[in-house]
Design a protein around this ligand. Structure first.
Ligand SMILES: *Cc1c(COP(=O)(O)O)cnc(C)c1O
Length: 358
């Protein structure tokens, strides 16, 4: 969901944006007033994440999966591949603890050698990401890739060790959910549609020395260096999604920035996990340290009640609770824009449902 204040503002200025006599949608991306809007959005995002000066912030098309290809293509090294006369392809390490990291690794394998490591293991504390001591990293990878929040399984990977190679993170489902230290990363990318704005936009934050590590064959529209040189306007960017993302950035700043948002997110997640843990009718088998603050999967004691649960929830205005088909059960996504009251409404429904069917 998007913040209702943002949706309201978008509605108010839909037909006439700031006295222009037309919608933002109808403005050319070359129009100086649109460029000013786009630059302001970038500045606000930089402020929220405290992005250091030696990083470029790119607003791109192609979503998360676009970046699954863009990352290996851009970071493979100029001399990678047989066409450049190199016999041994470049190698990259992929830490895989869920569906999205695995999908990123599978895409990268088209362009370079992938060394895949990491897994989900059953521990006394529940399902957890295997300890970094057990990861088999290669000696000189181009980069190390991971996904900070596995959206489908509800798994968070935090507190990674430091690597010599640049760290690349898919933050599609937890970007802007709390402060991060951008300087720890070589590349951060995210599709916008989970925690930023509408679909159609991907954001990539790229350290300057990694902009131009690609052979000439890389498509220009996903070439980081080309896009950075053109202020993300080598081709027409998704202008309306960029505008809405800008409104969300402003909203986040008004909420007090990412520390305040992080506290709010923690409070929301606590309420929901507490309800699940306190009630035998529900179960989330994930170890505390890996529990996602954004996506909370849970199973009912009797899976035969799943359909009834979803139907009654829908009738209470509690939407999109069906778990991904890969894991089944339920999943509550409680991104930044979800208010605490929304989580409380879910919890009281869950308690009532358990009383009636438990
Ligand atoms: C949703 C998601 C993606 C895929 O994004 P698309 O824009 O649909 O390609 C990638 N990574 C993560 C972590 C996601 O949650």
């Amino acid at each position: 969901m998007l913040p209702s204040a943002v949706m309201q503002q978008a509605q108010d200025e839909l037909l006439d944006w700031q006295g222009q006599g037309c919608s933002v949608m109808e403005l050319s991306h070359r129009n100086p007033v649109y460029i000013a809007l786009a630059e302001q959005a970038e500045q606000d995002l930089r402020r929220l994440l405290a992005v250091p000066d030696n990083y470029q912030v790119l607003f791109l098309q192609g979503g998360g999966r676009g970046q699954f290809a863009a990352v290996p293509l851009n970071l493979q090294g100029k001399d990678n591949g047989p066409s450049a006369g190199k016999q041994t392809p470049a190698i990259a390490d992929y830490i895989c603890a869920g569906y999205w990291a695995q999908s990123a690794a599978d895409e990268a394998r088209k362009y370079l050698n992938v060394n895949q490591t990491g897994e989900l293991v059953q521990t006394d504390a529940g399902l957890a990401v295997s300890s970094p001591d057990t990861w088999q990293l290669s000696s000189n990878p181009r980069y190390v890739h991971y996904c900070s929040n596995e959206t489908i399984e509800g798994i968070r990977l935090a507190g990674l060790p430091k690597f010599d190679a640049p760290l690349v993170a898919d933050m599609s489902s937890d970007i802007l959910s709390g402060p991060i230290n951008v300087a720890d990363y070589g590349v951060i990318y995210a599709s916008a549609q989970k925690n930023i704005g509408p679909s159609g936009l991907a954001i990539a934050i790229v350290r300057n020395d990694l902009l131009d590590q690609a052979p000439e064959t890389v498509p220009s529209f996903i070439h980081y260096h080309t896009q950075a040189q053109k202020q993300s306007m080598y081709n027409t960017p998704p202008t309306y999604a960029w505008y809405l993302a800008g409104l969300v950035f402003k909203w986040l700043l008004q909420q007090g920035g990412l520390s305040a948002i992080a506290e709010h997110n923690q409070a929301k997640a606590n309420v929901l996990y507490q309800c699940i843990d306190d009630n035998d009718f529900y179960r989330n088998g994930i170890a505390d340290a890996n529990r996602s603050l954004m996506n909370v999967p849970f199973q009912l004691a009797d899976a035969k009640l799943d359909a009834v649960f979803l139907q009654e929830a829908e009738a209470h205005g509690l939407k999109a609770l069906k778990g991904h088909r890969a894991v089944g059960g339920m999943r509550a996504s409680i991104y930044n824009a979800m208010p605490l009251a929304g989580v409380q409404a879910l919890v009281s429904f869950m308690q009532d449902f358990a009383r009636r069917y438990g």
